[in-house]
Write a protein that binds this ligand. Structure first.
Ligand SMILES: [Zn+2]
Length: 70
């Protein structure tokens, strides 16, 4: 049974990743989109701060939203 991307429902899950923004398991395409977002650095920092506080279920963006860059 092939895995599906939680975000785009693609079954091209050659590699899969857990999103930095929430707990979705996402495909490579979605991950690249995520990394291209202008708030990616802010998200990474917020996630690290949350882990330091002991909050392991931190969601920067619980409901995923696409952003238009430019
Ligand atoms: Zn995807």
């Amino acid at each position: 049974m092939a895995k599906k991307c939680d975000r785009c429902n693609s079954t091209n899950m050659f590699t899969h990743h857990t999103s930095w923004y929430n707990n979705q398991v996402i495909c490579d395409v979605c991950r690249k989109k995520e990394m291209a977002r202008s708030d990616y650095d802010a998200c990474r920092k917020a996630e690290l701060e949350a882990v330091k506080r002991g909050d392991l279920n931190f969601n920067f963006l619980p409901a995923w939203k696409e952003v238009q860059n430019g």
